[in-house]
Design a protein around this ligand. Structure first.
Ligand code: MRU
Length: 347
């Protein structure tokens, strides 16, 4: 795949470094963060320079390669323990997206068992994971688009686009494909408080692609649905339990509930790497809570009553029974449940 860094490819390996499009600055400023160590990658994930479930998995995979390079340069005999310790630290950068630990498991399996230089095979594996994610997104785009009848209004939440993946996107991949096939009349994006992934990232990403998008505050979603302008809600996912319960950006559960109440369809688009079959149901998915200041402050200015306590869970869990379609690169499941997800993996 293309190794240049851009809006459509926000993660690149360039001149021996991992280069990330800095999503904390978008859309006001295009800036890049260069990572040459696992620590730098850990910080970039924790601070949301790179965000979105598949993207943080891919970044972490490159973090493993960087770790192997630096530890092998220091000691050709003792690098393994240091590498394993860096992998454990990377896994802690953010708790909810299973793609992070999935990618780290894939990388761990690629560590040579001999004492040879681990960097070349680990770099190659990270590049494979990135390319596979891109291909999966394109496949999901086609599959998901086929569910939409021409002229649909679509609502999305957070950013599950090129910026959240190796490129193209999961939910926005479906929207891109459906738009290309003239199946979408209008895209609506929730602003996604408090981090504004919808307002800053999804709106910008779709506009760069010439896809018309209308932004709304999160609390306008019910009103929009009542107007009849939307037929599908399409989101990504951070972790899908074995029974189909799905963790995604805070507010997704509310949108799924509203969609059902208005007789609209709710689609989750996510690669197989987002499905955590070791977790039976959504109540076992760890939910990340971030700093209260993300709610009480905006760009350093206090906007809430001074001293107020704020609750900032950044993901919620949509029960499987509210999901009409789960779109993966291996196929589409209507009304997903444990049996249909098991069948998807065994097919
Ligand atoms: O906190 P974020 O911005 O990392 O949350 C991202 C989301 O919730 C996305 O919807 C999800 O990771 C799917 S990205 C293809």
């Amino acid at each position: 795949m293309d190794n240049s860094i851009s809006i459509t490819h926000p993660i690149a390996w360039r001149d021996g470094q991992l280069v990330l499009l800095d999503q904390t600055c978008l859309p006001a400023r295009i800036a890049y963060v260069h990572c040459d160590s696992a620590d730098a990658v850990y910080t970039a994930i924790r601070d949301m320079v790179v965000r979105g479930a598949p993207a943080i998995g891919i970044a972490a995979a490159y973090g493993v390669a960087l770790s192997a390079r630096s530890h092998f340069a220091r000691t050709t005999s003792g690098w393994r323990a240091a590498l394993i310790s860096d992998i454990a630290k990377l896994a802690e950068a953010r708790p909810t997206a299973i793609n992070l630990s999935w990618a780290l498991d894939e990388m761990s399996q690629a560590i040579p068992t001999t004492s040879s230089d681990p960097f070349p095979p680990l770099l190659a594996r990270a590049q494979q994971l990135q390319a596979a994610d891109f291909a999966a997104n394109q496949r999901m785009g086609k599959l998901g688009a086929s569910l939409l009848t021409p002229g649909c209004g679509v609502l999305t939440h957070c950013n599950a686009g090129a910026l959240a993946t190796s490129g193209y996107g999961t939910a926005l991949g479906v929207i891109r494909s459906a738009h290309a096939e003239a199946r979408v009349s209008q895209v609506y994006a929730c602003e996604t408080r408090p981090w504004l992934q919808g307002a800053r990232l999804t709106a910008w990403e779709l506009m760069q692609d010439g896809i018309d998008v209308t932004l709304l505050v999160d609390s306008a979603a019910a009103h929009l649905m009542q107007s009849g302008k939307v037929q599908w809600v399409i989101t990504g996912a951070d972790r899908i339990a074995a029974n189909g319960d799905t963790a995604n950006k805070i507010g997704t559960y509310g949108l799924a509930t509203l969609a059902r109440a208005h007789g609209l369809k709710f689609m989750v688009a996510a690669p197989l790497s987002t499905i955590d079959r070791a977790i039976a149901g959504g109540s076992d998915i760890p939910i990340e809570h971030r700093s209260q200041s993300e709610i009480t402050h905006f760009r350093g200015d206090e906007i809430a009553a001074p001293g107020v306590t704020a609750l900032n869970p950044v993901f919620d869990v949509t029960p499987a029974h509210l999901i009409d379609a789960l779109v993966t690169e291996a196929g589409v499941i209507m009304a997903p449940d444990k049996a249909s997800i098991d069948a998807l993996f065994s097919s």
